[in-house]
Design a binder for this molecule. Structure first.
Ligand code: ZN
Length: 261
């Protein structure tokens, strides 16, 4: 069984401040270590649960690398740095997807580092009329390839969002959000133990979790944070302007819709 682990940074255990996930900030080097440890704990659980191939994608920020490469578990393979325009490079032929270190969608109260795609530019996002964050988007893209999302890790809000979008998904709640930049955290040892245990559990449940399906045609609506940042009216046939900050694209798939935005 091949497992693809897509890793973001905001939901990593130990991460609470923007600085932890922002290149150039003094806290960022800590964030990198924490991310690497969470990956190793998850990879451990995947192999314990019967995986024979684990591929990990460092997906936070523009290009990274965020992970501390020299400290990564030797049994997995890693996609790091600039990997092209694919949302999930290296995921071909996967049997299951894990969303590790994910965060709640933009606007979720008391969620650590909540946002959808870009805290600077995206205010709200809807997929076929349903308000959706990155967990829902990535589960849906994997679903378009017939791949179930078997586990989500992050704070309690991210885990709740995962459970709502992906029936039966295994969650690993490594912290409870109390504010955008603060929460109640497990210790390092407890968080890693939880991630390993839940990854093993998720492996055992993989065949019981259905791939997420969002029915085409896809309509993706984006409300931007600022005015004056909409596509030019009439330039692209699949774009509809809704108001001064909001527009929609239509597409055949969620993956295509995301690129069309
Ligand atoms: Zn991120």
């Amino acid at each position: 069984m091949k497992v693809f682990v897509m890793v973001d940074m905001e939901g990593i255990s130990g991460v609470v401040r923007r600085g932890h996930v922002s290149e150039g900030d003094p806290l960022y080097q800590q964030g990198r270590k924490y991310m690497t440890w969470d990956i190793n704990a998850c990879v451990e659980g995947c192999f314990a649960g019967g995986a024979d191939e684990v591929v990990v994608y460092d997906s936070h920020g523009a290009a990274g690398p965020n992970v501390v490469w020299e400290d990564l578990d030797e049994r997995a393979e890693y996609f790091i740095g600039e990997t092209g325009r694919e949302r999930m490079p290296g995921s071909e032929g996967s049997d299951a997807l894990i969303l590790l270190g994910y965060h709640a969608m933009a606007g979720t109260p008391e969620a650590i580092l909540e946002h959808t795609m870009s805290s600077l530019h995206w205010q709200n996002f809807w997929l076929n009329g349903r308000k959706t964050g990155e967990i829902g988007v990535d589960a849906a893209i994997a679903g378009e390839h017939g791949v179930p999302t078997i586990m989500v890790s992050g704070d309690d809000k991210a885990c709740a969002e995962g459970a709502e979008f992906i029936p039966g998904v295994v969650t690993a709640c490594v912290k409870v959000g109390l504010a955008v930049e603060g929460g109640r955290l497990l210790s390092r040892a407890s968080a890693h133990k939880l991630l390993t245990e839940r990854a093993t559990e998720a492996m055992g449940k993989a065949d019981q979790i259905a791939p997420v399906k969002v029915e085409p045609p896809i309509t993706a609506r984006l409300e931007r944070v600022s005015r004056g940042r909409l596509p030019v009216r009439g330039e692209k046939p699949y774009v509809t302007i809704i108001d001064g900050r909001t527009y929609e694209v239509t597409a055949e798939s969620v993956e295509q819709a995301i690129w069309r935005l």
